[in-house]
Design a protein around this ligand. Structure first.
Ligand SMILES: Cc1ncc(C[n+]2csc(CCOP(=O)(O)OP(=O)(O)O)c2C)c(N)n1
Length: 319
């Protein structure tokens, strides 16, 4: 094999990872634009900068694996194969949205893709994922559960309890921490001196650290961890360092403004996950932008839910 052949083979293997990242970036940029035009009711938490974690981990999912996300869930949803037009319609509160326009940006869910949803309550999704993992284990069903969350969530009681239970009960659960160094607009170092992976390890869940802006490294690490979680029924923690390219959250048309040192933002932007490719991304970038432009345009034509449906699809808890 010549050097050129080898380079083409690598490109062919890695291109899908970059295509997923480009689709996520294009989705988020389109969503932010819709938000700036005042079209999105509610808050929007972009995952620009975090793309390599969603793309890398989800590329290594098996057919029986499940995913649970947090409020920064667009990228995970896309990487799990959800339809971007239905996702945009959901963000816009339209009747044909993924969840009939009633969930919004933070609560995308689609069981047909084993994507069990985002969640606006910090840490709550981790408990839900543990419930799913326990169900798989008890029913002796195959597969792993992957749960995504931010580093601030590791301070939530439910996450600490879940880590302990997952270790003790050997739940098939992969904890994926998107460690962007901030919790909302507060620098994480001000809140905790212990790294998320060290917390997990201390509670019995072995942790691996990875450069969360390097999609090949993330995919490689997920490929090592997922078989352990799936087949040996043992929880693992992935501490993926990254940074938000935009900001924590946009509510309404006004961007929230910068809350981080500009030098720090510049340094991380230079490490953008999409700048790591050693092949030309011009055409895949154009395709992703066009796909999301069309998906958003379609969503904008969709009707709002009728007020008469407001009580449909509610689940009543029996006591
Ligand atoms: C239980 C709960 N407490 C507080 C909030 C408000 N809140 C929303 S995001 C956030 C920060 C969470 O930090 P982290 O997990 O690191 O996520 P990121 O900052 O990366 O979004 C907080 C406190 C919430 N949504 N839920």
């Amino acid at each position: 094999m010549t050097l050129a052949d080898a380079a083409t083979a690598v490109q062919r293997r890695d291109l899908p990872l970059y295509e997923t990242m480009l689709r996520i970036r294009a989705f988020e940029e389109t969503a932010l634009e819709l938000q700036r035009r005042g079209k999105v009711p509610g808050a929007l938490h972009p995952a620009t900068g975090h793309e390599a974690i969603a793309a890398g981990v989800c590329a290594r999912l098996g057919p029986a694996d499940h995913v649970v996300s947090y409020y920064r869930c667009h990228g995970h949803a896309l990487a799990c194969g959800l339809d971007p037009a239905a996702m945009f319609a959901e963000l816009l509160g339209r009747a044909t949205g993924l969840n009939k326009g009633k969930g919004g940006s933070m609560h995308l869910a689609d069981r047909s893709h084993r994507f069990l949803g985002g969640n606006s309550i910090v840490g709550a999704n981790v408990g839900i994922a543990a419930g799913m993992a326990a169900a798989l284990r008890i029913r002796k069903e195959p597969g792993a559960v992957v749960v995504f969350f931010g580093d601030g969530a590791v301070g939530a009681g439910v996450v600490l309890e879940t880590l302990r239970i997952a270790a003790h009960q050997r739940l098939p659960l992969l904890f994926v921490c998107e460690n962007n160094g901030y919790q909302d607009r507060t620098r994480s170092e001000l809140v905790s001196g212990i790294a998320p992976g060290a917390v997990a390890a201390g509670l019995g869940v072995p942790s691996v650290s990875v450069d969360g802006n390097d999609v090949r490294a993330v995919a490689g690490t997920a490929a090592e961890l997922l078989p352990l979680v799936r087949d040996e029924r043992t929880a693992r923690f992935l501490d993926a360092s990254t940074y938000l390219r935009d900001f924590h959250c946009q509510f309404g048309p006004e961007p929230p403004g910068e809350y981080r040192p500009l030098d720090e933002v510049r340094q991380w932007r230079a490490r953008d996950p999409l700048s790591r490719a050693d092949f030309d991304l011009t055409e895949p970038r154009r395709r992703a932008a066009e796909e999301m432009r069309l998906a958003a345009a379609h969503a904008l034509t969709q009707p709002e839910p009728s007020p008469g449906t407001v009580c449909d699809d509610l689940t009543v808890a029996r006591w």
